[in-house]
Design a protein around this ligand. Structure first.
Ligand SMILES: [Zn+2]
Length: 410
């Protein structure tokens, strides 16, 4: 039987691969996933819009200037700490009802195992981390603004360094605040992982297992870190519920991200985008129209924090679809790598079986609308399964490698 996506020929990983979810999933499975996802999406949208509306209101009513009691009421760095802390706390408070709703919802669907106490402890830790990081970043920012008219250039350099340091340090410093990590202790899987890494030219430093089951019954794995913190992290739920051979297919996908340097590429791209972004911020904060609307005296005014946050939020929202489009392309690329490294049709069957099972168990959106598709970081399961039937995967791995390289443009 000819299945969608089974055609031979060119494969462009940066484009959507046509795939009919009904070829892989039953109507019942598709409907169940949709009824789980729809409320989550709506509540998420409502939360974002409300946050944005409140930020606009705070800027338009000059709330920060009122809070600070006018210029010179306190040293500049005290004012920065005041306004940044107020914004972080307000953002946390705004998120609480939505988060509490999500906790109840995930419990009703049988996913969340968290107690209200455990959930509250997570929010408190997030608040503290956010207070420290946001205030530190803001103090650095205002020190630059006060020091030089070309602050946007130095702020850009600082932001680039900070994002690299955060990606490198977060897996070792921030992630352990929320989860416990232990080395993978399945000897069969560890051996295969190291062997696969050697075969594809990735020196695997760490495969860690995270205690995700403390919070959720969902399954996942991810790749993160830079340099010595580089690691593949498998959720313990994955190891508990799947055969090691199936987990190996997931691990191979993560090694695809590793080998293709997707994290480094994303950092480089965001660095390139931040430069015009910060220049635009500089122009906005210097504009008399913005200054009079927001009631600020320029970029060096601590009361400018909410308007800067608003501008950055809008820029991020505009840029986000591009990031997600890239993410979907790189997911396809990692899938193609995992398939190529798995051994022939047995491996392809295992890959498809795993995709199907994970999508059904996690209630992933199986037939996303056009909008939901554009806002997803991963292609839907049907597309990933169709990818495994693509003609580009047939024949010698050498020619496939060529096809992949052509497709990725690298
Ligand atoms: Zn991935």
């Amino acid at each position: 039987m000819a299945r969608p996506g089974a055609g031979a020929g060119e494969l462009n990983l940066y484009r959507r691969l046509p795939a009919d979810p009904r070829a892989w999933f039953t109507d019942g499975e598709i409907a169940r996933a949709a009824s789980y996802r729809r409320p989550l999406r709506r509540v998420g949208l409502a939360e974002s819009l409300l946050g944005l509306a409140l930020l606009v209101a705070a800027v338009a009513t000059h709330a920060a200037a009122r809070l600070l009691g006018g210029p010179g009421a306190a040293p500049w760095w005290v004012q920065v700490l005041e306004v940044v802390s107020a914004l972080v706390v307000a953002g946390t408070l705004l998120g609480l009802p939505f988060g509490a709703w999500r906790l109840g919802y995930e419990r009703r669907w049988g996913f969340s195992h968290q107690t209200a106490g455990g959930w509250a402890a997570d929010r408190l830790k997030e608040l503290l981390v956010s207070l420290v990081l946001s205030n530190a970043a803001a103090l650095g920012f205002f020190a630059l603004v006060r020091a030089t008219p070309a602050w946007w250039l130095f702020a850009w350099a600082g932001a680039v360094v900070l994002s690299v340091v955060l990606v490198a340090v977060a897996p070792a410093v921030l992630a352990p605040l929320f989860n416990k990590f232990r080395p993978l202790d399945d000897p069969w899987l560890s051996e295969r992982a190291v062997e696969l890494g050697r075969r594809v030219g990735v020196r695997i430093r760490q495969v860690l297992v995270m205690d995700a089951s403390r919070r959720t019954a969902k399954h996942n794995a991810y790749f993160t870190g830079l340099g010595r913190t580089k690691r593949v992290v498998l959720w313990d739920t994955l190891l508990a519920d799947y055969e090691p051979s199936a987990t190996l297919a997931v691990l191979a996908h993560e090694l695809g991200h590793w080998r293709r340097r997707h994290l480094q590429r994303m950092l480089a791209i965001s660095a390139a985008v931040m430069l015009p972004g910060l220049y635009a911020l500089h122009l906005l904060l210097a504009s008399p129209a913005v200054q009079s609307w927001a009631g600020i005296r320029g970029a060096a005014d601590p009361a400018a924090v909410p308007v800067a946050l608003l501008a950055v939020s809008v820029m991020q929202a505009v840029w986000m679809p591009v990031t997600l489009w890239l993410s979907r392309a790189w997911e396809r690329q990692a899938d193609m790598d995992a398939l190529r490294w798995s051994d022939g049709d047995g491996g392809f069957d295992a890959f498809r079986g795993m995709q199907r099972d994970l999508a059904v168990k996690n209630l992933s959106d199986l037939a996303p609308s056009r909008w939901a598709y554009l806002l997803a970081s991963h292609p839907p399961a049907a597309e990933r399964m169709a990818l495994s039937l693509h003609g580009a995967l047939r024949g010698a791995s050498g020619s496939l490698h060529g096809a992949l390289r052509g497709a990725s443009g690298s």
